[in-house]
Design a binder for this molecule. Structure first.
Ligand SMILES: N[C@@H](CCC(=O)N[C@@H](CS)C(=O)NCC(=O)O)C(=O)O
Length: 297
């Protein structure tokens, strides 16, 4: 298919629009986040990242992608891994903190979450020094391997966990960047785009629902990093917690196995704590367990 197809340009949005031969960025597109979006990568200003006392320095925001990591940290601590202590610093993506030079050194993709591990478990012969980790899926895998937790050791369990972790990384952009963007953030409502991504979001919920009809958790009987990756997006959607009234729009209550799973995970104390981290309306920064008490949440 080419752009010179038979559809009449007057039906395009805006009417008469035809894509030029070469796209150039002329103005902000409007909508939430338009002010920070540019067609280029790299640092936009000099800014060092703060650092606390703990081995793990997390630079994040309490969005679904950010929550995955703070949930894992809280689960590790809850499970008794005291060495999983972390400092969590708020990166305000609306203000462009992700384009500061320090952040870009950790994540050249300028997106939260990003992690610096100052006490990595290096193999013998590796040069000493911190390890930088970006992409939430990579961070979850990194920490699960470091602590030997929430990642089954048997081949089938480990593979199932990674299958669903990778599924999440590939699928959530359709839910967030596709459905969420056009349903909630875009400056105009475009029926074609909303239909396309609502269809895909519902298909994904059906994938999860059919799977969760057969097992308590994504990778089978045990709670793993796959659940921690999927829950902040699809679990919270099933609980009507993201994108305003999107849960009603997508009839999420029909996916009863997803709901059962989402409710169970949502009640875990570590998940409750993890969802509060790096939120302007929760715990802006987290440097120790007592911060939760101080926040009043
Ligand atoms: N695939 C990435 C996606 C991360 C991502 O999209 N982060 C968003 C917030 S949820 C962000 O930092 N956006 C800032 C920007 O796009 O400038 C991951 O899972 O870590």
């Amino acid at each position: 298919m080419t752009k010179d197809n038979n559809f009449p340009p007057e039906k395009n949005q805006p009417a008469g629009y035809m894509p030029p031969t070469v796209w150039t960025w002329e103005r902000e597109s409007g909508g939430v986040f338009a002010g920070i979006n540019r067609p280029t990568a790299g640092a936009r200003h000099e800014a060092e990242l703060p650092a606390g006392v703990h081995p793990h320095q997390l630079y994040s925001l309490g969005t679904p992608n950010g929550m995955k990591v703070s949930i894992l940290f809280e689960e590790l601590l809850e499970a008794g891994h005291a060495e999983a202590e972390y400092d969590a610093w708020l990166i305000d993506i609306g203000q462009g903190d992700q384009f500061g030079s320090g952040f870009v050194e950790v994540n050249p993709n300028s997106k939260i979450p990003a992690l610096v591990d100052r006490q990595p478990k290096l193999s013998s012969g590796e040069p000493p020094g911190p390890v930088r980790v970006f992409e939430s899926g990579s961070i979850l895998l990194y920490l699960a391997e470091k602590f030997g937790a929430f990642l089954p050791q048997d081949l089938r369990g480990r593979t199932a966990t990674l299958n669903w972790l990778m599924w999440q990384m590939g699928s959530a952009p359709f839910l967030g960047g596709g459905f969420g963007h056009f349903y909630s953030y875009a400056p105009i409502k475009i029926e074609y785009a909303i239909d396309r991504f609502a269809m895909e979001a519902k298909r994904q919920l059906d994938v999860l629902d059919r799977h969760l009809a057969t097992a308590p958790f994504m990778a089978g009987d045990s709670y793993t990093i796959a659940d921690m990756a999927i829950w902040p997006w699809y679990g919270r959607l099933a609980l009507h917690q993201i994108y305003d009234d999107a849960g009603t729009f997508l009839s999420v209550d029909d996916y009863r196995h997803v709901r059962r799973w989402a409710e169970g995970i949502g009640e875990r104390p570590a998940v409750r704590r993890g969802t509060l981290v790096n939120r302007k309306d929760g715990l802006k920064e987290r440097h120790g367990p007592s911060d939760f008490e101080k926040s009043g949440n």
